[in-house]
Design a protein around this ligand. Structure first.
Ligand SMILES: [Ca+2]
Ligand SMILES: [Ca+2]
Length: 100
C-alpha cells in the first residue's frame, strides 16, 4: 500500500509559529499594535490612540509629555501611528550598525 505523503500538522503549525527573526520586543509591539488597531487598517488613528495615551499617562508623570510623545511617534505627521512608528517611539528598532 502506498501512502500519500502529506503531513497536515506541519503546514498548520507554520502559521502559528512566530517569526524567529523578530525579537521579543518586536513581537510585543506587533501584538500591542493589533490591540490598538481596532479596525485593522494598519494604522492607529486618533480614536484608537486613546488607550495608548492612557497607558502613557500611567507611565509618564507630566501630562503634556504624553501629547509630545505621540507627536514624536508620528514621524510622517499623518495623525496616525503605524507599526513602524510605534516601534520607533518605543525604541524597538533594528537599525543595522547603529549603536547609541
Ligand atoms: Ca486603525
Ligand atoms: Ca504616522
Amino acid at each position: 500500500m502506498v501512502h500519500a505523503v502529506s503531513d497536515p500538522s506541519s503546514s498548520a503549525r507554520r502559521l502559528s509559529e512566530p517569526d524567529p527573526s523578530h525579537t521579543l520586543e518586536e513581537r510585543v509591539v506587533h501584538w500591542y499594535f493589533k490591540q490598538l488597531d481596532k479596525n485593522s487598517n494598519g494604522d492607529i488613528g486618533k480614536k484608537e490612540m486613546k488607550p495608548f495615551k492612557r497607558f502613557l499617562r500611567k507611565k509618564s508623570k507630566p501630562r503634556k509629555c504624553v501629547k509630545k510623545f505621540v507627536e514624536y511617534c508620528d514621524v510622517n505627521n499623518d495623525k496616525s501611528i503605524s507599526v513602524q512608528e510605534l516601534m520607533g517611539c518605543l525604541g524597538v528598532t533594528r537599525e543595522e550598525g547603529k549603536t547609541d
